[in-house]
Design a protein around this ligand. Structure first.
Ligand SMILES: Cc1cc2nc3c(=O)[nH]c(=O)nc-3n(C[C@H](O)[C@H](O)[C@H](O)COP(=O)(O)OP(=O)(O)OC[C@H]3O[C@@H](n4cnc5c(N)ncnc54)[C@H](O)[C@@H]3O)c2cc1C
Ligand code: FES
Length: 276
């Protein structure tokens, strides 16, 4: 895997809801090799301040190799993300990437069901961008606590069929995004999921139930984890899989859904066991 530190130039930071931002960068080296599902580890402070010290992982939401550009969908949850969206056009940020493995459409399959909870929509937007060129139809289900957590339709590829659910009912279906899955599962022939861990766990259970009725299809999940190094060195992001402990940053973040045991569910930053 080619990964580089690049000084990325801020092109535009656009506020798209009360809490979500769409941030575009000129980063030609990273854009040349990044794939949907991969992420960048971004320094969220001036290099002479290093506060916060640790980089923050962000999934690519748009990758435009021809233009040398990438974009992130950013939920401003804390100091690092707030600093990032505050950077002015033309300023430079320190970006390490692309990191981790990617999502990919499966051969000889053409109907992708994507399920994103909250900021979990971020990598699915980039994957959906590739669908028309690969002859794949996309139904994208997006859930949020309220309307401010839901990405507006305008930021998605026009070919995407978009369905929304909010916990408070302010937008789309009133309830969880997983409520909508059974309406689309039979149509799908491949599934991609990203979101908060409880939502992804619920989605895995639902996939098992619906597979018993409609038959199996490949399903992939991109996991969230608190990260230190994002280079596979510190073991702060280990999860348990059917093939043993795996590092989300290095072995993931994308995993076949059926390999995840969800046993780390309540302790995402627990002391990591050794990896063989
Ligand atoms: C592989 C990967 C891809 C990601 N992609 C995106 C993305 O595209 N867009 C985006 O906005 N965010 C993404 N995240 C989450 C993002 O990295 C965190 O929200 C960010 O690091 C928070 O930094 P902060 O300094 O703003 O907040 P902090 O001050 O560090 O934390 C603020 C709050 O956010 C929580 N938090 C911090 N990091 C995480 C995390 N990794 N998972 C869950 N909760 C967290 C903290 O517990 C705390 O409650 C991704 C995370 C991973 C692991
Ligand atoms: S964050 Fe260090 S090993 Fe994954």
């Amino acid at each position: 895997m080619t990964r580089r530190i690049e000084s990325a130039r801020v092109l535009r930071n656009t506020r798209i809801t009360d809490r979500l931002w769409w941030c575009e960068y000129e980063a030609p080296v990273i854009a040349a090799s990044a794939r949907p599902g991969q992420f960048a580890h971004v320094l969220c402070s001036a290099p002479d301040q290093l506060d916060p010290l640790l980089r923050r992982p962000l999934s690519f939401s748009r990758i435009e190799p021809d233009l040398g550009r990438v974009a992130f969908l950013i939920d401003t949850v804390g100091r690092g993300t707030a600093w990032l969206v505050d950077q002015q056009e033309g300023s430079e940020i320190d970006m390490l990437g692309p990191l981790g493995g990617s999502f990919a459409f499966q051969p000889d399959r053409a109907r992708a069901l994507m399920v994103g909870g909250g900021i979990g929509l971020a990598p699915l937007i980039a994957l959906a961008d590739l669908a028309p060129a690969e002859g794949v139809q996309v139904r994208l289900l997006a859930g949020g606590r309220d309307a401010h957590q839901v990405t507006p339709r305008a930021w998605l590829h026009s070919n995407v069929e978009y369905h929304v659910a909010t916990d408070d009912g302010a937008l789309g279906h009133h309830g969880f995004i997983t409520d909508l899955v059974q309406d689309h599962f039979a149509w799908s022939d491949q599934i991609f999921v990203c979101g908060p861990t409880p939502m992804m766990h619920a989605m895995a259970n639902l996939t098992d139930e619906l597979t018993a009725i409609h038959g199996p299809r490949p399903a992939f999940t991109s996991l969230e984890a608190r990260m230190g190094c994002a280079m596979g060195v510190c073991y702060s992001c280990v999860v348990q899989t059917t093939t043993g402990p795996q590092r989300v940053c290095h072995d993931g973040p994308v995993f076949p859904q059926s390999t995840l045991t969800w046993t780390w569910h309540h302790e995402p930053t627990a002391t990591a066991p050794s990896v063989g």
